[in-house]
Write a protein that binds this ligand. Structure first.
Ligand SMILES: [Zn+2]
Length: 369
């Protein structure tokens, strides 16, 4: 049985951007509760481990010291700082008390996962609070304060490892792509809703990296209404061949599930069946797998999707119905979606055609055809 670590602390469920913000900490607590109610953490191959807050030096593997000082000061309530210059303010990234520690702990989860994998203490580590892929070296962006993925990948590179990063969040993985845009030691692949129609407005096919990094940034921009079948086809065309060709020492994946058809922030129309199939594909791609959370704004969907992910990581199967205690607390009935979105056939055919064109161009750009 594969040894799996789940990085968690109840502290991850506290604080946050506030009750009116789309990114609610509650989705983490619900995910933990669902896994707990299912007995997922009692399996002999599973360990739940508390994160260690990262050191300043570790945060500085990616972020500037100036930015770290700013986040620390804002976190303490300092008001004489031009917060908007660093991406903070009302809207996407409001300042909140304790945000340095809160954001830092998520980095701590992802970094500890990376360290346990490198020490061969586990084969899969799931940092479900991580995957904050938009943060830049000196700015917050898209609900992300610290870029745990970029920090952990820098740490892994410092151990001499080659890293493949695959991001299935509905939003382009701009922060991670930019962090490794000029190196051939990190392959980044992002499948996302096209930047033409969604934040952050980047992630086009011609963003392929620069200098030594040319060819090591891969973008698959997808049109609205991309469904399970079309998505999985595109994934198979691009991800396994590129990851296998790269021969990474470790696979890092960002498992944002805002591609779901019920997600309020985006327009792809995947179901949990599609997500489950993607997670299975990842589990076959590498025996050293650092899995991160990410986006997902339908609070009923996220816990179910990440529970399906954890089932695959830890080789467990769970009942099809949600546990009664979970149902009583949060509602819902089934672990997997019982419905699929109804998409007009003409729209579906046009979407498929568009995705085939995109995939054709990506394959050409990256020498797959
Ligand atoms: Zn997202």
């Amino acid at each position: 049985m594969r040894k799996v670590v789940f990085l968690n602390s109840p502290k991850l469920w506290q604080g946050g951007f506030g009750p009116n913000h789309p990114l609610k900490q509650e989705r983490l607590q619900r995910t933990y509760d669902l896994l707990h109610e299912l007995g997922a953490f009692e399996a002999s191959n599973v360990r739940v481990i508390d994160p260690i807050p990262p050191s300043y030096e570790e945060l500085a593997l990616f972020h500037t010291r100036e930015y770290l000082d700013v986040v620390q000061s804002l976190s303490k309530g300092e008001i004489h700082i031009p917060a908007s210059r660093y991406g903070f303010g009302p809207g996407d990234n409001p300042v909140f008390s304790g945000m340095f520690e809160s954001a830092g702990l998520k980095v701590g989860c992802t970094l500890l996962g990376a360290k346990l994998l490198v020490n061969r203490d586990c084969e899969v580590a799931f940092s479900y609070s991580g995957g904050l892929h938009h943060a830049g070296p000196n700015f917050a962006s898209g609900f992300c304060i610290f870029n745990d993925a970029a920090i952990a990948i820098h740490w892994l590179m410092n151990q001499g490892l080659r890293v493949a990063y695959v991001d299935i969040d509905v939003h382009h993985a701009d922060g991670v792509q930019n962090a490794f845009y000029d190196t051939d030691r990190v392959l980044t692949i992002s499948l996302h809703q096209s930047g033409r129609t969604i934040f952050p407005g980047t992630g086009f096919i011609d963003e392929i990296g620069v200098g030594e990094g040319e060819g090591y940034s891969v973008n698959v921009p997808l049109p609205p209404y991309t469904d399970d079948e079309i998505y999985l086809w595109a994934f198979d065309q691009i991800v396994p061949p590129l990851v296998e060709r790269f021969e990474p020492d470790i696979l890092v994946t960002q498992l944002g599930v805002d591609t779901h058809y019920l997600d309020p922030l985006a327009s792809l129309v995947l179901t949990t069946h599609g997500h489950k199939t993607i997670f299975e594909k990842f589990s076959h791609l590498s025996s050293c797998w650092l899995a991160l959370g990410g986006g997902g704004y339908d609070i009923d969907v996220v816990p179910r999707a990440w529970t399906l992910a954890f089932a695959i990581m830890s080789e467990q199967s769970f009942p099809t119905k949600l546990p009664p205690q979970y149902q009583a607390k949060y509602g819902g009935e089934w672990l997997e979606d019982q419905q699929a979105p109804q998409i007009d056939e003409r729209v579906q055919a046009l979407t498929k055609k568009r995705v085939e064109e995109v995939v054709g161009h990506v394959k050409e750009r990256h020498g797959l055809s």
